[in-house]
Design a binder for this molecule. Structure first.
Ligand code: PLP
Length: 410
């Protein structure tokens, strides 16, 4: 078994890393992990860079002595790396606890800047980190317009334009949908918002690390990012705040993050986030191509092997890693349980819907029939997904679908 620090170990039972003499199991080797839009495996190289900041360099980054300064420098290096991945300035990055906090911060900042502007324009297919905010806003009389999508999950840009009113504070549209992978024309929407003199936020959580994102070249005011969607640690992310944009903080205290987000930094996670960003920037092009080919092969073979099977969002531009499929006559929950018994991890919608029988709001907004809604599964790949995993999935899924359909029909 190879055991050098940070190296990937493979035994007959597990995949893990050994760091500082400790063995850390990442996953059982037999797992076929096709739920990368929910979260991704921590890259061993990321863990390796985090380790010293958990174990050795514990100085407070705000401290004036060298032991604290070293930690501050590591945070600033991470900021540079995240900014390089996003094509923006390091000073435009505010570290947060992840995508949810970034989404909340962007909305509360934009809606708190001008009391006369409390209206929000968003879409019917956003993640709950954005969707729940409108519920809160409605209580406060701000008002929300949620623009719908067509059968392929695409936005109607005329409807979006017409939804913008003089009292609109913010347009918030995700870069890529977490359930279908459908990509929205962020460049056009940002330009439209700029033309109407309204702030623009994009939830780029699912796009970053999968497709090129160059924020500095776009009229985007705020963007949300999360490390655990591209092989970084959980519980850390960033809000991009363009240098031209006003920002209203929600937490106050020690003045960290340039007074935009108070609290002692989550140093090891920020360092890991930086490393994940550095790897993503370096591998994005080649891995994007490889993952797309793998996903396309997966879809082609499944469509050929399984009768009555549809790709949700097939007519729209999509992320290279995501495959949302509908199998009419299937109970998705039953299929997931059976796939789980064979150690295949997938999802029936976004992670927060799993376990509840609520149909996905995204697929519902796409006007899918009840049968297609009930029988939808999401498979999502990553740059750590192997050919062998996809082969195993292709062997398993048609059998499971046939079995669950036969049970339902019987
Ligand atoms: N936005 C989108 C589109 C997501 O897919 C997710 C996570 O699934 C989030 C926001 C929330 O990110 P986090 O898990 O980092 O809070």
């Amino acid at each position: 078994m190879p055991t050098s620090d940070g190296n990937l170990m493979r035994s007959s039972r597990k995949v893990g890393v050994e760091v500082g003499g400790r063995e850390i199991v990442i996953a059982a080797e037999k797992i076929v992990y096709l739920d990368n839009n929910a979260t991704t495996r921590l890259d061993p190289a990321v863990l390796e860079e985090m380790w010293p900041f958990l174990a050795g360099y514990y100085g407070n980054p705000a401290a004036g002595y060298g032991f604290g300064r070293q930690v501050r420098e590591a945070i600033e290096q991470a900021r540079e790396r995240v900014a390089a991945l996003l094509g923006c300035l390091a000073s435009e990055i505010v570290f947060t606890s992840g995508g949810t906090e970034s989404d909340n911060l962007a909305l509360s900042s934009a809606l708190g800047l001008d009391a006369a502007r409390r209206h929000l324009v968003t879409t019917a297919v956003e993640h709950s980190a954005i969707r729940r905010q409108p519920e809160h806003l409605a209580e406060n009389g701000g008002g929300v317009s949620a623009v719908g999508v067509n059968g392929d999950g695409e936005l109607d840009l005329d409807e979006l334009e017409n939804a913008i009113r003089p009292e609109t504070a913010l347009v918030s549209v995700m870069w890529a949908n977490n359930e279908t992978g459908v990509l929205f024309p962020v460049e056009k929407i940002a330009a439209l918002a700029r033309e109407k003199r309204v702030l623009f936020h994009t939830d780029a959580v699912q796009a970053v690390g999968k497709v090129p994102v160059r924020l500095g070249e776009l009229p985007v005011n705020y963007a949300s990012i999360s490390a655990h969607k591209f092989h970084g640690p959980k519980g850390v992310g960033a809000l991009y705040v363009s240098r031209r944009s006003a920002f209203r903080a929600s937490s106050f205290g020690g003045g960290q993050e340039n007074k935009r987000r108070a609290g002692t930094e989550n140093v090891a996670s920020i360092v890991g986030f930086g490393k994940a960003a550095e790897i993503a920037a370096r591998t994005l092009e080649d891995e994007g191509r490889r993952v797309r080919a793998l996903r396309d092969r997966f879809e082609e073979k499944l469509l050929a092997a399984v009768p009555d099977c549809f790709v949700n969002g097939a007519g729209a531009p999509r992320l290279p890693n995501t495959s949302s499929l509908s199998f009419p006559g299937l109970e998705a929950e039953g299929a997931l349980a059976l796939l789980d018994r064979h150690d295949l991890c997938a999802s029936a919608g976004s992670a927060c819907h799993t376990g509840s029988l609520q149909a996905s709001h995204v697929l519902r907004a796409m006007h899918l029939s009840e049968e297609r809604l009930r029988g939808s599964l999401r498979f999502s790949l990553s740059r750590l997904t192997t050919e062998a995993e996809v082969d195993r999935a292709l062997e398993l899924i048609p059998r499971v679908i046939a079995k669950v359909r036969a049970l339902a029909a019987g």
